[in-house]
Design a protein around this ligand. Structure first.
Ligand SMILES: [Zn+2]
Length: 89
């Protein structure tokens, strides 16, 4: 699990996500499947909140080492969009 403290921590990963051909599929609230369209590899990304801290997890190599990977970065951008839409209601 990766502790999400700021979006800056994902800046490099977001850069990699933009370069890669990633597709984020919404599964349910806080759960996503990120597909790398170049390799067809699929990664499960999920987010949860524990004691007021946000965490993200990914089952790719980097994610399993608790590194902010591009899949979490890509899903986070979508998740934050969804989360802010939900706050608006
Ligand atoms: Zn990943």
């Amino acid at each position: 699990m990766i502790k999400i403290e700021s979006q800056e921590q994902f800046e490099k990963a977001i850069g990699r996500a933009r370069k890669g051909d990633l597709f984020v599929r919404f599964v349910r609230f806080r759960q996503f499947v990120v597909v790398n369209r170049a390799t067809c590899a699929e990664y499960n990304v999920n987010f949860f909140v524990s004691r007021g801290r946000r965490f993200g997890g990914c089952d790719c190599k980097a994610g399993r080492k608790h590194l902010p990977c591009k899949h979490v970065a890509a899903a986070l951008a979508v998740h934050l969009g969804i989360a802010s839409m939900r706050r608006g209601h």
